[in-house]
Design a protein around this ligand. Structure first.
Ligand code: UD1
Length: 430
């Protein structure tokens, strides 16, 4: 079983290139099947979730040609099935985007109910409610979402809760519905905007993405396009926090600084310096970190996907900090692992109360999910001694070449596949 093994204590310094946004790429890949013409997508991150979705798309007859590591050509002119089974959905929750895409194009889609990272109950009632508002018939049968529509009709939809997935899924189906759809209380995340831009480049009529009201004028058909995905806000934020937690100085390149404002603001609050350039951000760690309060919120608030990384930083900040998780109810599973590394954190309901310590100590720990896994790696890189992180399959779902990028800014970290390899690394670094 693959693990990361690392020796902490080195300030991370240098430059790191950020990859394409995983969460935008997942939706854009799914949306690419909405035309029979070829679509070229560039700046795809080379991560497990993307590669699994590509496989899922191939099983329904989509032809996908790899032009290079980050670029694919997609031809969905010969889809043979509108059924996506549980084998894929359990590996990658976002394959539910094929529901909106298939329903829009073929008026029919059968997709298994999703699994995904275990960070709390993750219903898809809002997706289903949106499809039904467009006049689709949607039922749950034997673990599948079975949907069909004689015709999809534009309508006025109010989202009861801000949901990235539901906003994107309904936006996709509505792009090929008859008439106008208005989505109110829409999610405003950068990847919602990226998916809208992608669909518009295929001929869709979507206005207002990035605000909480999205207006869609349905079109009959979409056409081929060539599109490059935006940089990953969360990967960028993770490397920014890597600088903060190790006392380093890191420039993250190929980013959109506007997408990082909530993250930068918190770094400045805890005593780091942040310099913004056109497409890069430099973070210089403060001599000491100070406590603060953070609450996760939909964009432009502080992202829930940066919550574990924030706790790891605040674990080393003087005084008492709090981190309130307002999006998912089960997102503090990493706290026990951080405590094993010497962190002083306790969780009460949806609030983590953190008493800063002067340093973490290396330990053998496990990644409970994608973002928490990355956060624990940051803790290990700042810790005294050796840390091994198990279950790195979660981290590989969403971070492209994580250990290589970390090594590029001075981290002493290796991916190992056996006890023997781990011992060899430890001998080398001690
Ligand atoms: C997406 C991101 C994920 C991120 C999350 C919040 C992808 C592939 N994943 O997940 O990394 O953490 O946004 O920024 O883009 N909800 C409902 N009913 C629904 C849908 C959602 O009650 O039908 C609730 C969820 O339980 C959660 C909240 O709405 O409490 C937000 O979830 P949502 O924005 O939909 O998250 P995802 O799209 O699943």
């Amino acid at each position: 079983m693959e693990q990361y093994v690392m020796k902490g204590g080195t300030p991370l310094c240098g430059e790191v290139e950020i990859s394409g946004a995983k969460n935008a790429a997942l939706a854009i890949l799914a949306a690419s099947i909405m035309t029979d013409e070829p679509v070229i997508i560039d700046n795809l991150p080379d991560v497990r979730d993307i590669n699994v979705l590509i496989e899922a798309m191939e099983t329904i007859g989509v032809v996908i040609e790899r032009l290079d590591l980050h670029k694919v050509k997609i031809n969905a002119g010969c889809i043979t099935s509108v059924l996506v089974d549980y084998d894929y959905i359990k590996k990658i929750r976002a394959s539910y985007y094929l529901l909106g895409a298939l329903l829009g194009k073929y008026r029919k889609a059968n997709v298994a109910l999703p699994g995904g990272c275990d960070i709390g109950a993750r219903p898809i009632d809002l997706h289903i409610k949106g499809f039904r508002a467009l006049k689709a018939v949607v039922d749950i049968e034997n673990g599948m979402v079975v949907s069909s529509a004689e015709k999809l009709e534009g309508t006025h939809i109010y989202m009861d809760k801000v949901s990235v997935g539901a906003t994107i899924n309904v936006m996709m189906a509505a792009a090929l519905a008859e008439g106008k759809t208005i989505i109110e209380n829409a999610a405003r995340e950068p990847h919602v905007v990226d998916v809208a831009n992608f669909l518009n480049s295929m001929g869709a009529g979507i206005r207002g993405a990035g605000t909480d009201v999205i207006r869609i004028t349905g079109v009959e058909k979409l056409h081929g396009t060539e599109y490059s995905i935006i940089p990953d806000q969360i990967e960028a934020g993770t490397f920014m926090f890597a600088a903060a937690v190790t006392g380093g100085d890191v420039t993250v390149k190929n980013v959109i600084p506007k997408h990082l404002e909530a993250i930068s603001a918190k770094l400045i609050e805890v005593g780091c310096r942040v310099h913004e350039y056109d497409d890069a951000v430099r973070v210089i760690a403060g001599e000491k970190l100070t406590h603060t309060q953070v609450t996760t919120l939909p964009y432009p608030g502080f992202p829930t996907d940066m919550q574990p990384q924030m706790t790891v930083v605040l674990g080393l900040a003087e005084g008492t900090s709090t981190v309130t998780e307002s999006i998912f109810e089960n997102r503090f599973k990493y706290v026990n692992e951080l405590v094993r590394m010497g962190g002083q954190v306790k969780v009460e309901g949806n609030i983590a109360i953190i008493n800063g310590v002067s340093g973490y100590t290396g330990a053998q720990i496990s990644a409970p999910d994608l973002r928490a896994g990355a956060a624990l790696v940051l803790a290990g890189l700042s810790a005294e001694g050796i840390t091994t992180v198990d279950d790195i399959k979660y981290i590989q779902r969403g971070y492209e070449h994580f250990e290589e990028k970390l090594r590029g800014i001075g981290a002493s970290i290796e991916k190992v596949d056996s006890e023997k390899e781990a011992r060899k690394f430890i001998l080398q670094v001690s």
